[in-house]
Design a protein. Structure first.
Length: 76
């Protein structure tokens, strides 16, 4: 897990309220600490050090960015 991604997520007050977990270099969030909630976006690792914010389903693209930047990708 890229520590810069974790730091950038922690810097966002809304994300800081959620329970984080990581899997396969992706960063997931849940509103619950017990049963996992699948109703919030997640951050997926892309080749070349970029990230894709999507969700709650993988077909809902929020945007693509480098760590610390945000570029909404409304054309997808």
């Amino acid at each position: 897990m890229d520590i810069r991604l974790v730091g950038a997520a922690y810097g966002e007050p809304l994300l800081r309220q959620l329970h984080p977990s990581s899997s396969h270099r992706d960063l997931h969030f849940s509103r619950c600490t017990g049963a996992w909630s699948w109703d919030v976006p997640f951050i997926m690792h892309l080749p070349g050090g970029r990230y894709l914010a999507a969700g709650p389903s993988r077909s809902q693209i929020v945007g693509e960015a480098d760590t610390g930047t945000c570029q909404s990708d409304q054309g997808r």
